[in-house]
Design a protein around this ligand. Structure first.
Ligand code: BT5
Length: 334
């Protein structure tokens, strides 16, 4: 009973502090929560231990500092409660990979859409066995589990849906003018702030499930030397701490809209124009690392199926499928 009381008090105090940007006196909190000054002090201490930055000033009271960025079950639950699209979510302080966890959820029978979020990944993955650096306390490492009724060949387009949702979600919350580097990177100032990894499992009926994993560098201040030149974060771009839950909420709201449209249409056609507005490759020279040999051309947008259209010097237009080739923007980060 005592533990539950403390928990409720903590939540009540958080709510009060969140509803007001300024200082609230301890007395005020006591009378609103019907508890003693000591109880308030203890609950505030607990909140601080959980990562909430609360300033306590004698004669003024308590204030939640704007630099606070806490990722936990309650914060994520609150932000997702307004998104009926998601049927389930899981939060892990640390996990090997959220893509792996989402696949396990699917194997256990979850019908989705479900979201798995972690504060840290110990074995975050990129494409083709590459590593995704996912330290604790700074990033958004999350995976969406989906079971769309679509032919398997459309699954790669989910990466485009995710890219659109991430770009708009980040823009909405932070104002960072990020764009999409086809097919799976979000970049700001020519540096990667987000990577997307979509994986699929099929059975005799087609797609069994799809997991689309999204890694966003939110409050990262420094990167290890191997990616320092090519990576950036929202904090580096804005100079401010961003609240990861806000980004998660905004990205998921956008994702719900675009995913539902995509599945309803059975095509990316209706999202193509919007996607191209954010496409940083658009009209720029790209190098296509085709297994049959590298070639260069100018990206002219995407096809209805989400392939990149590249016009080469002889005037012919090539369609580049994600997965079989990589595209390198000559003027961007690699
Ligand atoms: C990707 O692969 O960009 C897909 C990354 C997907 C990560 C998410 S996090 C949640 C979910 N769970 C997972 O285990 N994965 C997903 P790719 O295009 O192959 O890029 C990988 C390359 O990006 C690496 O080889 C590095 O050069 C670089 N890189 C690694 N960590 C990075 C980071 N945090 N920020 C920017 N670049 C990074």
């Amino acid at each position: 009973v005592f533990g539950k009381k403390v928990l409720m008090l903590k939540e009540d105090i958080l709510k009060i502090l969140k509803s007001d940007g300024g200082y609230i006196s301890g007395e005020d909190i006591c009378s609103r929560c019907h508890v003693s000054r000591t109880a308030v002090w203890k609950a505030v201490k607990r909140l601080k231990e959980e990562g909430y930055q609360i300033d306590a000033v004698r004669n003024r009271g308590y204030r939640l500092l704007p630099g606070t960025d806490v990722l936990n079950n309650a914060e994520i639950g609150a932000v997702l409660s307004g998104i009926p699209f998601l049927k389930e979510f899981r939060f892990f302080p640390t996990i090997d990979s959220t893509n792996k966890a989402a696949k396990l959820l699917a194997e256990e029978g979850s019908s989705g859409p479900a979201l798995v979020v972690a504060d840290e990944q110990t074995a975050g993955r990129g494409r083709r066995g590459r590593t995704w650096i996912s330290p604790p306390g700074t990033g958004i490492w999350m995976s969406i589990l989906l079971r769309p009724d679509l032919p398997a060949e459309k699954s790669s387009m989910i990466t485009l849906v995710s890219a659109l949702a991430v770009t708009e979600g980040i823009r909405e919350v932070t104002g960072v003018a990020c764009g999409i580097k086809w097919p799976n990177d979000i970049v700001a100032d020519g540096r990667k702030i987000c990577g997307i990894l979509t994986e699929m499992s099929t059975d005799m009926d087609g797609i069994s499930y799809i997991v689309t994993g999204i890694g966003i560098n939110a409050n990262t201040e420094e990167f290890p030397p191997e990616i320092a030149a090519v990576a950036s974060s929202l904090k580096i771009e804005t100079g401010k701490t961003v609240q990861r839950v806000k980004i998660i909420g905004a990205v998921m709201r956008k994702f719900a809209v675009y995913y539902e449209k995509f599945v309803r249409d059975g095509s990316f056609q209706g999202l193509k124009d919007l996607y191209e507005e954010y496409l940083v490759n658009q009209g720029r020279e790209v190098a296509v690392l085709d297994p049959k040999g590298e070639y260069r051309g100018v990206a002219e947008g995407i096809s209805d199926d989400g392939e990149l259209l590249v016009r080469t010097e002889d005037g012919s237009v090539h369609t580049v499928l994600s997965g079989e080739v990589s595209v390198r923007g000559i003027y961007s980060y690699t």
